[in-house]
Design a protein around this ligand. Structure first.
Ligand SMILES: Nc1ncnc2c1ncn2[C@@H]1O[C@H](COP(=O)(O)OP(=O)(O)OP(=O)(O)O)[C@@H](O)[C@H]1O
Ligand SMILES: [Mg+2]
Length: 255
């Protein structure tokens, strides 16, 4: 599959790829999680720095969602520890909107006082291009619109850590490209540490500062993406990294 589009960051927005001098946003130390006697995560170590956009690849069942749920605080490790910012939020593959609340109320759901105001909701909806749907019911949204609403709900919380579990997987190809671009822009503008779980190697290369592969319960591959923005699919460096990643994922590439 080829995704020929550019992530168009302004040149002055370009953040250098080395985040090692930024504060640590996530630190997982020897995290182990068992299910039915099997170690899905096996003494996993991971550090993510503030502002860093990290993509996490791995075969189905390799434990990506398990790790994300632990970092979100939705699950706890059996052994080891994970330090994460208090302000963190997750966007899942499905938008998980409350059907009985209008879109703007969904955006500020669980907030109180000024943080729950329509003004706040509208500001976030404007950022994701959904202002015109503020008063809509979730059931009337398209898949892409619903996922934008979920993104607005995440942004309104001003997370220091944004966890994305295959947020584009259920979308059609064109909507997916638009959402990828939007996520790239929003993360540049807001600067949270971001962990994006995806099966799409090209998506990972287009968006991420760093790409990880989860295998046998650990981070088996950890590579900084040195390609400058705006990034486009294709070109020798892009293709070489894609082939390396596919090989890591058990899909060896022909010479
Ligand atoms: N609550 C649970 N109870 C029992 N087993 C579980 C539970 N959660 C996850 N598992 C198992 O742990 C393994 C890893 O699951 P996980 O959902 O983390 O994989 P994944 O990498 O996200 O896969 P996919 O790419 O298909 O989403 C799987 O074998 C899964 O069946
Ligand atoms: Mg998963």
């Amino acid at each position: 599959m080829s995704t020929a589009f550019a992530i168009d960051f302004e040149a002055e927005d370009f953040v250098e790829a080395d985040f090692s001098h930024h504060p640590v946003a996530v630190h997982a130390a020897e995290v182990t999680r068992h299910f039915s006697g099997q170690a899905v995560l096996d003494s996993l170590d991971l550090t993510i720095h503030s502002g860093e956009f990290v993509a996490l690849l791995g075969a189905s069942g390799s434990g990506k969602t398990t790790l994300l749920r632990i970092l979100a605080g939705l699950d706890a490790p059996d052994e080891g520890e994970a330090w994460v910012p208090e302000a963190r939020t997750v966007v899942f593959q499905e938008p998980r909107l409350v059907q009985s609340k209008k879109v703007w109320k969904n955006v500020v759901i669980g907030r109180s006082g000024k943080a729950a105001s329509r003004e706040r909701a509208e500001a976030a909806l404007a950022e994701v291009g959904l202002s015109h749907r503020a008063d809509a019911w979730p059931a009337t949204l398209s898949g892409g619109e619903a996922q934008r609403a979920a993104l607005a709900r995440a942004l309104v919380r001003e997370p220091k850590l944004l966890l994305l579990d295959e947020p584009f997987a259920a979308l059609d190809a064109l909507t997916r490209l638009k959402m990828q671009q939007l996520i790239g822009e929003l993360c540049q503008a807001h600067g949270p540490a971001t962990l994006l779980v995806t099966h799409d190697v090209e998506e990972a290369i287009l968006l991420a500062d760093r790409i990880l592969v989860l295998k046998e319960g650990r981070i088996a591959f950890d590579r900084r993406v040195q390609l400058p923005h705006p990034r486009r699919a294709g070109g020798a460096d892009f293709d070489a990294l894609r082939d390396t990643l596919l090989t890591e994922l058990g899909v060896p590439q022909a010479e």
